[in-house]
Ligand binder design. Structure first.
Ligand SMILES: Cc1ncc(COP(=O)(O)O)c(C=O)c1O
Length: 461
């Protein structure tokens, strides 16, 4: 049933305004939340219990008719906007012809075309191959399988604060215990965690962070793990769930160079950063990195579930025929959506839009930090931006409770923001790349208001 005051369909035609007609969440959302409690397992988390009726551009319209500003994009997925016209048409056309055959049984063109697009768009002009999967975690798992098959080595090196997914192997690769790992072990072996160049918290300061952290990682890999044992070093060029940490400059190129010298495959996990989110098609382009393998998902298909591993042809072709795949990997509707989404990203130059979002938002976030010393760090690139919240007054201890309070104050005002970070003290902003500028600025105004409200109570504690 379509509730009163809400449009029948979503997409870019929705009015691009914030409009609150009930408290947040409203009565219809609360009724659905009560049903959820009786039906859905508790372990499936939720950030903001407004139940969605339609979404498009930069807004999410809930079942009570509230129109919220979307600074989350469903965790960096709907970069081209929710229910984007081209994506909806492509999916409709595809599912009207066939919904599934299994690419491994009787193949179809869409899968091949997505792989061609990935091979063309990912960094490096060497010969490449791709394989398609359903989720980011599945892509990371397969990248490790491929790297092991190609190198004949077992070990995988990952980083502090990393997030690579929730399957058993990817949980071993993910850093954060609560809530992701606690109680779910034992985890897959041969996964080694090394330090990340985290500029805000690097003991000797930001300036030498990249260089010093790289030296430490190299020492650990060479002397303790054994470079000759390592199949892959897997890294997010900007960490996602770990708190949008942008590694100190020089860190990634030095590690890529070390990997090339020692036969370790450098795997860029661009599941959150990819497809124009950070102002370039892929975040590792910023420092000229050409990964051996790259994992993608999220922004690839305008909201349809699709993920991929792309890389050097000789590495990708190492596993035996039949060694990779899955029933649904590269589903035809998801491929049609990806081709449409990639078309939109390129034709509308959404990388430039991401840069523009950063140019508009970063000065506002820096001004916010100048007003409130509870903002320890402002960071990110393009439309992947974050604030790290601390106790303030010179105390840089992470402040998770305050972060939750600011997020809740945003939500009450009709602004969807997400939190992140190993200590839960990072507020992250991931607007759709197609968001209107006035709506973006209105969202930033709401963020200012939320901080003004919460900083007062933080100061009085
Ligand atoms: C960098 C990165 N890798 C892997 C994943 C896992 O992706 P999925 O949730 O689609 O399994 C995520 C999801 O947030 C991610 O941000």
């Amino acid at each position: 049933m379509i509730p009163p005051n809400v449009p029948a369909r979503g997409g870019p035609g929705l009015p691009q305004v914030r409009r609150l007609v009930t408290e947040i969440p409203g009565p219809r959302s609360r009724a659905l939340a009560a049903r959820r409690t009786g039906a859905v397992a508790r372990g499936v988390g939720e950030t903001l219990p407004v139940y969605v009726h339609a979404a498009g551009g930069g807004v999410v319209v809930d079942v009570d008719g509230n129109s919220l500003i979307d600074f989350g994009s469903g965790i960096a997925v709907v970069s081209v906007g929710n229910a984007a016209d081209g994506v909806v048409e492509a999916v409709r056309e595809q599912v009207g012809r066939f919904t599934h055959t299994c690419f491994m049984i009787t193949p179809y063109e869409g899968y091949v075309a997505v792989c061609e697009a990935l091979n063309r768009l990912t960094p490096g002009d060497h010969d490449k191959r791709s394989a398609l999967f359903n989720s980011g975690a599945e892509a990371v798992e397969n990248a490790v399988k491929i790297a092991r098959s190609a190198t004949g080595r077992d070990a995988v090196v990952v980083f502090e604060h990393a997030y690579h997914g929730r399957t058993n192997l990817t949980l071993a690769m993910t850093a954060k215990s609560m809530p992701y790992k606690a109680g779910f072990g034992p985890f897959a072996p041969e996964v080694y965690r090394v330090p990340l160049a985290y500029p805000y918290r690097w003991p000797t300061g930001r300036e030498h962070c990249g260089e010093q952290a790289a030296a430490r990682v190299i020492e650990l890999v060479r002397d303790e793990i054994g470079a000759g044992e390592v199949a892959a070093m897997v890294i997010e060029p900007i960490q996602g769930e770990g708190g949008f940490i942008v590694p100190g400059r020089g860190f990634l190129p030095r590690l890529a160079e070390f990997c090339a010298d020692t036969g370790i495959l450098f795997v860029a996990d661009e599941i959150q950063t990819g497809f124009a989110r950070t102002g370039t098609m892929f975040a590792c382009e910023d420092e000229g990195i050409v990964p051996d393998l790259i994992t993608t998902a999220k922004g690839i298909a305008g909201g349809m579930p699709l993920a991929a591993v792309t890389g050097r042809a000789e590495i990708m072709d190492a596993p035996q025929a039949g060694g990779l795949g899955g029933t649904y990997g590269g589903n035809p509707a998801a491929c049609a959506a990806a081709l449409a989404a990639i078309g939109l990203i390129e034709s509308a130059d959404l990388a430039a839009r991401a840069r523009r979002i950063g140019e508009l938002a970063l000065p506002r976030l820096r001004a916010l930090a100048a007003r409130h010393d509870i903002v320890g760090d402002v960071r990110g690139r393009g439309a992947m931006l974050a604030l790290e919240l601390v106790r303030g007054g010179g105390d840089t201890s992470p402040d998770k409770e305050l972060t939750a309070a600011v997020a809740a104050a945003c939500h009450r005002r009709g602004l969807i923001v997400l939190t992140a970070g190993t200590w839960g003290n990072v507020l992250r902003l991931l607007p759709p790349l197609v968001i209107d500028e006035p709506l973006l600025l209105a969202g930033l105004d709401l963020l200012d208001e939320a901080f003004a409200e919460c900083a007062e109570s933080a100061a009085s504690r």
